[in-house]
Ligand binder design. Structure first.
Ligand SMILES: NC(=O)c1ccc[n+]([C@@H]2O[C@H](COP(=O)([O-])OP(=O)(O)OC[C@H]3O[C@@H](n4cnc5c(N)ncnc54)[C@H](O)[C@@H]3O)[C@@H](O)[C@H]2O)c1
Length: 416
């Protein structure tokens, strides 16, 4: 049972997934093993992930392992309808289409939970929080789950602290082979891709304001600078602000940046970063985009409040005319610009993120004792993913000699 936009899109979806698969060699190796060993035979998995071609490759990996999988999208606007159709044809249950209302979005989350998943895979923690809030009776039967993104991990840690979390979760985002690459290089490249597809503007010479200099912000700033923009960073964390300054960016509060920026991108995982008092100071023509998980960083309702009119100019680009006559441009309705206006991260980085997902779900399946708390990714899994990726990239590294191994464990030898 599924609900998607149009089953006839399946053939296009298969080609998309095939193209992603070509660039996901680590996951391909895992799929090959899963296909032989069938570790998930008969296991029910429930996933709330952006339905992209890369997610398609992950779902195929689980299908090859013998799992029964139900998938919903983790954002109302990020589903690639052709991928959803292809996955249904391959045997997954999919409840996802692009352009959902919030009510439809949660209906799909509920349908996914109807499959009684033994293990949940989440991106943003909506699946886990809905399960906890609405179906407490099902919690005991849930063995564990994984979480893909920073915001989801933050919510789950808050649940753990409040004693509300009832089953173990592995924070996939915390793996080095996830956030160092996916959040930084993936978000860096795909955020710029989303802004370009929506606007086709020139970055060179523009004042490009990045709100939040975390893993995503670092990537966005680096890539914007690479295209000739003058990057300005806003932060609340003094160490990260200092890091931004020493990386060659201007650092200032948003209240000041608001008046000088041409393009604004939020990536904080926090709420209310760009508010009406900032919008009112902005230059005519300023462009606003969000790459953080929720559409909460730039308040669209603040834009509505201070605007006299709104027009859609082209896909994913809305113009708001303010009372002072200035026009501001909001991309992708303030939702994840890289997934709504572009295609999300390149397959090469999702290869590592989803290899971690696949191996962590297997770890949970095989684990005997896990407590209801948020776990990091086992070091062995993180290192395995790094080694497999290096091999796939045909790169070799050195091995420690026995003298070096000994040396690293001693304290006696110093200056010679
Ligand atoms: N677009 C995507 O595809 C994608 C990919 C990965 C993560 N994310 C999301 O992006 C967001 C950021 O993730 P991250 O891994 O970079 O997190 P992070 O914790 O590494 O960085 C967030 C940064 O924002 C800063 N910050 C918080 N409040 C702020 C404020 N009011 N003003 C300025 N800076 C502020 C924090 O100090 C921190 O340095 C999260 O919501 C995450 O889920 C999106």
């Amino acid at each position: 049972m599924s609900k998607i936009k149009d089953p006839k899109l399946a053939s296009k979806g298969h080609l998309q997934i095939e193209w992603a698969q070509k660039h996901m060699p680590v996951l391909a190796q895992i799929k090959e093993r899963f296909n032989k060993e069938k570790p998930f035979k008969g296991t029910t998995l429930g996933a709330c992930l952006h339905v992209t071609k890369e997610t398609g490759v992950l779902i195929e990996t689980f299908l090859a392992s013998g799992a029964k999988i139900t998938l919903c999208g983790s954002n109302p606007l990020s589903t690639q309808d052709e991928v959803a159709a292809a996955l249904v044809e391959e045997g997954a249950n999919v409840f996802a289409w692009r352009g959902q209302t919030t009510k439809q979005y949660y209906w799909c989350v509920d349908k996914t939970l109807d499959s009684n998943p033994l293990i949940t895979l989440d991106d943003g923690a909506d699946l886990v929080s809905t399960l906890h809030n609405k179906r407490p009776e099902a919690l005991q039967k849930t063995k564990g789950g994984t979480e893909e993104t920073t915001t989801g991990v933050q919510r789950l840690r808050a649940m753990e602290k409040a004693g509300a979390l009832k089953y173990p979760i592995i924070a996939v985002n915390d793996a080095y082979t996830k956030h160092l690459f996916d959040n930084r290089y993936g978000t860096g490249q795909s955020t710029l891709d989303g802004i370009l597809r929506a606007t086709n503007i020139l970055f060179a010479g523009k004042n490009f304001v990045v709100c939040g200099y975390g893993w995503c912000g670092r990537g966005i700033a680096m890539r914007a600078q690479g295209m000739g923009a003058n990057v300005i960073v806003t932060e609340v964390n003094p160490t990260r602000a200092l890091e931004a300054a020493m990386s060659g960016y201007q650092v200032m509060p948003i209240a000041k940046a608001a008046a000088v920026g041409d393009i604004f991108v939020t990536a904080t995982g926090n709420t209310g970063i760009i508010r009406k008092e900032h919008m009112q100071k902005m230059k005519d023509g300023a462009i606003l985009a969000n790459s953080g998980h929720f559409n909460d960083e730039i308040k669209p309702e603040h834009l509505e409040e201070i605007a006299t009119s709104r027009r859609n100019i082209r896909p994913n680009l809305d113009e708001y005319t303010l009372k002072n006559g200035n026009k501001l441009y909001l991309l992708a309705e303030g939702r994840l610009v890289n997934l709504v206006a572009a295609e999300g991260h390149p397959s090469e980085v999702m290869d590592m993120s989803f290899a971690n997902q696949a191996l962590c779900v297997e770890h949970i399946l095989k684990a005997e004792k896990m407590q209801p708390k948020v776990y990091g990714v086992p070091k062995k899994i993180d290192e395995t993913v790094a080694r497999l990726k290096l091999n796939a990239m045909r790169m070799q590294i050195d091995n420690l000699t026995s003298e070096q191994k000994r040396y690293l464990l001693t304290w006696e030898s110093g200056t010679t």
